[in-house]
Design a protein around this ligand. Structure first.
Ligand SMILES: Cc1cc2nc3c(=O)[nH]c(=O)nc-3n(C[C@H](O)[C@H](O)[C@H](O)COP(=O)(O)OP(=O)(O)OC[C@H]3O[C@@H](n4cnc5c(N)ncnc54)[C@H](O)[C@@H]3O)c2cc1C
Length: 426
């Protein structure tokens, strides 16, 4: 098994926050109160990268994470060249590469028995020319570790944002529930980086636009032989993604929306389809149990407006991505970089204006929209692959890619760097 990062090092509150807990006279008020330049709700890729960048720029920032650690499986594992470039710019690339990972210089697939290359990263103008597969907890642990090296950084784990503080229409901070009771954190800016299920979004009155996706994804693990290489994607009568992780694959199987009922019949149907698609896995799946299969209800959504006075949403909270193309982490990181570049000079002294927050949305919305449009195009193929009993022929654009290496490099650029790669301000 891949080693799990030593997350126990994280204490409940890290950093140099000064807080006070007040005792009321008539009834005891155990609320802890603190004031920061910025409070970030959510310690995923977007929240931790933003926390690190702000603290690096001298901003006093607190990141709240509802869980006690980063050990949540079946989340994104793909760290694209654009994210590795950000780590390079931060001087963190060597520390990143020292953690267990596997490189993917080209996205390979086997489609109805034909070996194909979907995207090629080898000619990217970046320090690293491969996707790195790394369990998300290792990546997040690195960001938290790097954040702690800056005086203004504070990470509170087991602390969930539950409500917004307001002064009239302006958002002035967050109410959270921590291990020692309620906390009020007042800040010049509150950032929602709390992911696709963000509840505070609605509390801020931000409206979500989007349509249901036609697919869901089932996640599970299958044992892997030493140094074995499976095509990243197997497609034909069904579709199976296999991400290498040491001695197992983290596998994703695409099904029609709501086709999975979580019962023995669905489980058997899944095993039969995978055995046909990947006969090598038939025997290995015998150890898999129904309760080890997780379902991801795919959504492609985005907020109409990402900000209000005193508040900004970034990452999945602003634009929930489909896992197609594995670009969610990278968009979240790019949002964080753009946000920090725009806000560091401001936040040290003053509250950012709505115009500045609007500018961040304007800058980051287009990459999110175009990527989501691309994911919707991909879904038209994925939906057919999800349909049992249909052997899907290799789609024409995929066939064309095999004859045009330049196009494969272009795809590598689109997937690996995205539409508007952001760079860390010096
Ligand atoms: C099963 C699955 C597989 C995926 N595969 C890939 C992939 O291979 N590659 C890829 O790039 N992307 C992938 N994605 C998408 C990717 O994980 C997300 O796009 C990315 O993690 C978004 O980062 P984020 O920081 O915006 O949000 P998240 O990663 O969702 O982080 C939000 C954080 O906020 C915390 N939180 C939520 N509410 C609160 C609260 N009220 N108070 C405090 N904390 C809170 C959560 O615990 C979480 O840690 C996948 C997603 C899923 C679900």
């Amino acid at each position: 098994m891949t080693e799990i990062a030593p997350i126990e090092r994280i204490e409940r509150i890290e950093g140099t926050e000064r807080t006070e807990r007040t005792e009321g006279t008539e009834r005891t008020d155990r609320t802890e109160r603190t004031e920061r330049d910025c409070v970030v709700v959510g310690g995923g890729p977007a929240g931790l990268m933003l926390g690190l960048l702000l603290a690096r720029g001298g901003v006093r920032v607190t990141v709240l994470e509802q869980h006690g650690d980063f050990l949540r499986d079946f989340r994104g594992d793909t760290i694209h060249p654009s994210t590795q470039e950000v780590l390079h710019e931060l001087g963190l690339l060597d520390r990143f590469l020292a953690r267990p990972h596997e490189d993917l210089p080209r996205v390979t697939m086997s489609f109805s028995g034909r070996s194909l290359v979907l995207a090629d990263f080898t000619r990217l103008p970046t320090e690293r020319t491969a996707i790195a597969f790394m369990p998300q907890w290792d990546f997040l642990d690195l960001l938290a570790e790097a954040g702690r090296e800056h005086a203004g950084f504070s990470l509170r784990v087991r602390t969930a944002g539950t409500a917004l503080l307001r002064d009239g229409a302006r958002i002035t901070g967050v109410v959270a529930e921590g291990p020692d009771g309620p906390v009020e954190i007042r800040a010049k800016l509150t950032v929602l980086a709390d992911g696709r299920d963000s509840e505070l979004r609605a509390a801020a009155g931000l409206r979500t636009l989007g349509a249901r996706s036609a697919i869901d994804v089932l996640w599970f693990r299958i044992p892997r032989a030493v140094n074995e290489q499976m095509p990243f994607l197997l497609a034909g009568d069904g579709a199976l993604l296999s991400i290498p992780r040491g001695d197992f694959y983290q596998c994703a199987h695409i099904v029609r929306k709501d086709a999975w009922h979580g019962d023995a019949a669905s489980f058997e149907a899944m095993r039969r389809r995978i055995a046909l698609l990947a006969p090598l896995f038939e025997q290995r799946m015998s150890a898999l149990r129904l309760d080890e299969v997780r379902v991801l209800h795919v959504r492609i959504e985005r907020l109409e407006r990402w900000y209000r006075d005193g508040l900004l949403a970034i990452g999945d909270a602003a634009h929930a991505m489909s896992p197609a193309g594995g670009v969610g982490i990278n968009l979240a990181i790019q949002d964080a970089v753009a946000t920090a570049n725009a806000l560091v000079p401001q936040l040290r002294h003053a509250r950012p204006s709505e115009a500045l927050l609007r500018e961040i949305q304007r800058r980051r919305e287009r990459p999110a929209r175009v990527t989501q449009a691309f994911q919707r195009r991909l879904e038209t193929v994925l939906v057919r692959l999800a349909e049992p009993g249909e052997r899907v022929p290799v789609p024409l654009p995929l066939r064309a890619l095999q004859h045009l290496p330049a196009l494969r490099h272009l795809m590598g650029r689109f997937i690996g760097l995205g539409l508007r790669p952001e760079h860390v301000a010096r």
